[in-house]
Design a protein around this ligand. Structure first.
Ligand code: URA
Ligand code: CA
Length: 434
């Protein structure tokens, strides 16, 4: 088999066989196929596309390129949740204890933040002492004992994706639905769960800017899931503004705890309950999404979700008292209100810019070596549809030193667009693809 012929075939729009796809993925991962040939093939795929079968085969080959986690030692149906990424997205920290409180096992690997998006693993480190690295045996043991464990991704999950993604990043071949779907699903499949709930974000803060593209991506991932025998659903949700009000690591932890107490922001509450309800259905815990929603509400109401949060934090070495006493969490030394000189209704918020405001304050990483300041970030007081009168506080900055507050304020001011006419609050959940 020659890579040249495979590139030629795809260039002409033909369908690749399973052997050809396996040959390419294995060859590129082990270094026998050079970057230039893989680049050419990726560009051919970009223009000619791949059918469902090819996409599923590519996904499986990438998943199998490294370690495939075996979670069979954990009893029950393991349901994973994955978000395609956004700003202020605190859902995992609400969902993990909420779902585990229903006796549905949560065995989750999460990532750190990069650029303007935050990462669950960084946020969890806000709990003093919380360990995000567990050996695989400890990870499984914690899930069996406490029903929940969330850890950082291990080094050798889908290495083919890691390499291909890095190449796509520099060859303008990231934004292809088949390639994104295969990339995300390969990691989810390698992570070992039986079923997957995807939160596909759509809007100014997301990868997919339009609903049409987000639906296409969700649809492609659901079809891959079916093709490889992992029950998958995709919830397409709004990311035209940050989720909740808090952006920044310990600020988001407090927001997640508030939500587990039933006092969270409306959007974060709606999203986490919807995702939990769908996870309960996939796990066979309830028969319908409606029952799942009632169960989620009941676990919040009874305090069982909060009990599970305390148990989970302690089980990974964290200080469970910090769940009830926010003064034990990292905090920024200073606060500053951001006031706008406009009057009107918030019509749009450039979500990426809000993410950048938090980033420059130190809540995120400019590069892999940056050190995060867990206490800093911002709280938004005005979101789309809200009325703002000149002099109103739209956001509060939490910061440690003054050197970047000016830049953060600039970003926030630039992020807001106003209208003189009233604006409807955007829908949060657009559609669910099954
Ligand atoms: N996230 C991924 O993991 N892969 C992609 O290709 C795009 C987003
Ligand atoms: Ca938030």
């Amino acid at each position: 088999m020659r890579v040249y012929d495979i590139i030629e075939k795809k260039k002409l729009g033909e369908v690749l066989t399973d052997k050809e796809i396996a040959f390419v993925v294995e060859g590129y991962t082990d270094g026998s196929i050079p970057d230039y040939q893989m680049s050419a093939l990726l560009m051919a795929i970009y223009f000619q596309g791949m059918n469902d079968k090819e996409t599923a085969l590519l996904t499986e080959c990438m998943a199998k390129s490294g370690e495939m986690l075996d979670l069979s030692a954990i009893e029950g149906i393991k349901v994973d949740k994955h978000s395609t990424g956004g700003v202020g997205d605190t859902t995992t920290i609400v969902l993990a204890p909420l779902v585990a409180a229903a006796d549905v096992p949560v065995a989750k690997m999460s990532g750190r933040g990069l650029g303007h998006t935050g990462g669950t693993i960084d946020k969890l480190e806000s709990f003093p002492g919380f360990k995000v690295e567990l050996p695989i045996e400890g990870f499984i043991e914690n899930v069996n004992k406490h029903g929940v464990a969330v850890v950082g991704q291990t080094g050798n999950l889908a290495p083919a994706d890691k390499k291909i993604y890095a190449l796509r990043d520099v060859t303008a071949t990231v934004d292809n639905v088949s390639l994104i779907a295969a990339s995300i699903m390969s990691k989810k499949i390698a992570a070992g769960s039986n079923a997957i709930v995807l939160d596909v974000k759509c809007g100014s803060g997301a990868f997919m800017k339009t609903l049409e593209d987000a639906k296409k991506l969700g649809d492609a991932m659901v079809r891959i899931g079916k093709e490889v025998g992992r029950n998958t659903i995709a919830v397409v949700t709004d990311m035209n503004q940050p989720l909740g009000n808090a952006i920044g690591n310990s600020l988001e932890i407090m927001e997640a705890i508030d939500t587990l107490k039933g006092n969270g922001p409306r959007d974060l509450t709606e999203l986490t309950h919807t995702l939990a309800a769908n996870m309960f259905v996939l796990a066979g815990r309830v028969a319908t999404v409606e029952e799942g929603l009632s169960l989620a509400a009941e676990l919040i109401e009874s305090g069982k979700a909060m009990d599970k949060l305390r148990e989970w934090v302690a089980s990974q070495g964290g200080d469970a008292c910090s769940v009830d006493d926010y003064s034990l969490l990292p905090a920024a030394a200073k606060q500053m209100d951001v006031v706008l000189e406009e009057t009107g209704y918030v019509a749009a918020i450039d979500t990426e810019m809000i993410g950048k405001a938090a980033l420059v304050l130190g809540a995120g990483r400019e590069n892999k070596e940056s050190i995060i300041d867990l206490g800093v970030g911002l709280i938004m007081h005005k979101k789309i549809g809200d009325k703002v009168t000149k002099g109103d506080v739209v956001a509060t900055l939490y910061y440690s030193d003054n050197s970047h507050t000016e830049a953060a304020i600039r970003y926030i001011k630039d992020a807001y667009t106003f209208s003189t006419e009233s604006i409807e609050k955007p829908q949060l959940i657009y559609t669910i693809i099954r």
